[in-house]
Design a protein. Structure first.
Length: 268
């Protein structure tokens, strides 16, 4: 595991955007060999998306041969709903870059056969060759995507029952009215995420500090989904000073020293 600690949200966003762009560029994607990217929604990725848009417009990265799979979607919201993740992604990212619409994959919140939708999504990921890099955030309770505490580490794309904590947190997007927040969502599984070649998780603010500490120093437990990354061969947690506040000083020094050695060796 790599742990990157930056001063603030903007610094974290810029680091993640540059990292994603570098991974795409190093891969040299083509029409027959696309780069497959997993993406999140919510407030966490907005800064990263803004930076990626800038890089795209200035020639720093192209999404022409990139295939994307989003982590989740609310059940019951159509693609035109302002709080659907379809709407979010096009409004905040896809409409501003050179990605082909046929390369965008987002779960259908109005799917009549919900189980079939989950199976089809997993098949689409497999048919694309698997996800090269999955970018995501975490909740204050350590959830990733809509994999709430208690979710199996072997889970695949499924119907998720949202916890009260998640519903309360997301109510800010629904005029503060928890009655408007969907109680179910489609979500890729912990296993789906961890099958990716690389997982990059960004966490900022003191509200995420306990989850970050659990994810890095805590015991592996399905009650803290973020701890699954301890088993991943290539996981990166990018956090700001506030989100790192509950980490031990020794832990912070260890990962800071690792990054110095990594950069000296020419890595990013």
């Amino acid at each position: 595991m790599r742990v990157i600690v930056k001063n603030d949200y903007d610094s974290c966003s810029k680091w993640v955007a540059k990292h994603i762009a570098q991974r795409i560029n190093e891969f040299h994607p083509s029409e027959t060999k696309p780069f497959v990217l997993g993406l999140p929604t919510g407030s966490t990725p907005l800064g990263t998306y803004a930076e990626l848009i800038k890089l795209n417009k200035t020639g720093g990265v192209s999404f022409t041969n990139v295939i994307t799979f989003n982590m989740d979607e609310y059940i019951g919201l159509d693609a035109a709903h302002p709080q659907s993740y379809h709407y979010f992604m096009f409004e905040n990212f896809f409409n501003h870059i050179d990605i082909k619409k046929e390369n965008i994959h987002i779960l259908n919140g109005l799917a009549k056969d919900k189980e079939a939708e989950c199976v089809a999504y997993e098949k689409a990921i497999a048919d694309a060759g698997g996800i090269r890099l999955f970018f995501g955030g975490i909740g204050s309770d350590g959830h990733i995507a809509f994999n709430e505490p208690g979710e199996s580490f072997a889970s695949r794309t499924h119907i998720a029952f949202l916890t009260k904590e998640t519903i309360d947190a997301n109510s800010r997007f629904f005029d503060g009215d928890i009655s408007k927040v969907p109680t179910h969502a489609f979500s890729v599984g912990v296993g789906t995420i961890c099958d990716s070649d690389e997982v990059v998780i960004m966490a900022t603010g003191r509200v995420k500090a306990r989850a970050v500490a659990q994810g890095i120093e805590g015991t592996i437990s399905h009650m803290w989904p973020i701890t699954a990354l301890q088993l991943h061969k290539n996981a990166v947690i990018v956090c700001d000073d506030e989100a790192s506040e509950e980490l031990k000083v020794k832990t912070l020094r260890y990962f800071a020293d690792n990054e110095i050695r990594y950069e000296k060796a020419g890595g990013r």
